[in-house]
Design a protein around this ligand. Structure first.
Ligand code: ATP
Length: 375
């Protein structure tokens, strides 16, 4: 019997119309006095997505935002909103027609206008229509009862929420936020941040938020774009940027790090904690093994200089406690290691606060160590 081959029916392929990013920045560069402050930055932010431009002071975050807002002009590159060009080096839509909302740390409310006047500032329509929109927005930020109040009658946190309502009033497609929460005290900040995030998500705006605080970026962002010297050095979900840094500086931007140096021989490098793999790294290359203090494990059961414990997490190494500081939820312990006397930091739960001078054995989480060639 012959069996005829069964062929799957052809599935018609329908072209899928890809949604353009709500905000797209292509190869943006901006310099001052011949020095590139923003250097070939490209980014895409989808509706309802929050992207954080994160980096140290002076790395070009605000300049990027100013170009997108249209209050500064790039030297090269393009900016698109919903797939439509709003700015390149020849063509420029004025800031007020870009459908971009702004919220800056010092974006003060107009003191001579009531809360209603402030929020209605960018709105068109009849007085009744504007008041209805303002009232709805103020309800969203839990400030409905303050519609007729004056800015000076509000706390800092309340003023910030009015500023958010004002920025959202015209229904912008893109929200640009530059350190918007840094003027608020810590107690207020977390609550306002979470509320703001919730509202922005509901509105479906693409959010580009500038911050130099890694904690804020991790709390707020769907995606982090880590900037250094005008360039984006790494971009991705907070989990990935934190757990797979591209280099030592990227790792160190998020927390303290420990660094052990070694030289590669046969794709391996020797350390006090045993050998580490350095695949593809040529012999003789100096490398740095980088790991966070929370990935150091202290073996509190085995003290002193007794026999080596059985290695579970790689080879243990011995250090002597130099300093132990209570940090709230954790303790930060500094060790002087027997090997070469280098100092190693470990974060442990706060129930441990070992005395200076105590010798202890340490291991490190090998799966949380990063090996980078020294540049
Ligand atoms: P911060 O977190 O401190 O606000 P940032 O990352 O936002 O820093 P920018 O404000 O973009 O950095 O500034 C980047 C660099 O460009 C800085 O060295 C700054 O001095 C310089 N700069 C910004 N604007 C101008 C300007 N109008 N003229 C000259 N230099 C400028």
């Amino acid at each position: 019997m012959t069996v005829s081959p069964v062929t799957a029916p052809a599935v018609p392929v329908r072209p899928v119309a890809a949604t353009p990013p709500r905000l797209e920045i292509r190869h943006l560069s901006r310099g001052f006095g011949g020095h590139a402050v923003v250097d070939d930055v490209s980014l895409r932010v989808m509706p309802g997505q929050v992207t954080c431009l994160l980096g140290p002071s002076g790395c070009g975050k605000t300049t990027t935002l100013r170009c997108v807002a249209g209050v500064d002009m790039q030297d090269s590159g393009e900016i698109l909103v919903d797939g439509r060009l709003v700015c390149d080096t020849l063509f420029r839509v004025p800031p007020e027609r870009r459908s971009i909302g702004l919220m800056f740390q010092d974006f003060a409310l107009f003191p001579h206008m009531s809360v209603e006047g402030n929020v209605a500032f960018g709105l068109t329509g009849t007085r009744a229509e504007k008041r209805a929109r303002v009232a709805a927005l103020l309800e969203r930020v839990d400030l409905g009862r303050y519609i007729d109040a004056w800015p000076h009658e509000l706390s800092g946190g309340e003023q910030q929420r009015v500023a958010l309502a004002r920025a959202l009033a015209p229904g912008p497609k893109v929200m640009l936020m530059d350190e918007p929460f840094s003027g608020l005290d810590n107690r207020l900040r977390d609550g306002i941040r979470d509320q703001t995030l919730e509202i922005l998500k509901e509105e479906g705006a693409a959010v580009l938020l500038v911050t130099h605080e890694p904690d804020e970026a991790m709390r707020m962002a769907d995606e982090i774009a880590l900037m250094r010297g005008g360039r984006i050095v790494q971009q991705g979900a907070p989990y990935n940027v934190y757990n797979a840094p591209v280099d030592k500086a990227a790792a160190a931007f998020f927390s303290d790090v420990n660094v052990i140096r070694g030289t590669v021989r046969g794709a391996l490098t020797d350390t006090p904690f045993g050998q580490f793999l350095a695949p593809g790294v040529p012999d003789g290359t100096e490398v740095e093994i980088v790991f966070r203090p929370q990935h150091v494990k202290i073996d509190f059961d085995r003290q002193g200089s007794g026999p080596l414990p059985t290695p579970r997490d790689g080879t243990p190494a011995r250090g002597v406690v130099q300093r132990a500081r209570f940090m709230g939820a954790d303790s930060l312990v500094e060790f002087r290691m027997d090997h070469d006397g280098f100092v190693l930091k470990a974060t442990v739960p706060n129930v441990f606060l070992p005395k200076p001078g105590t010798p202890l054995w340490l291991t490190i989480r090998r799966d949380r160590c990063f090996v980078f060639p020294v540049r």
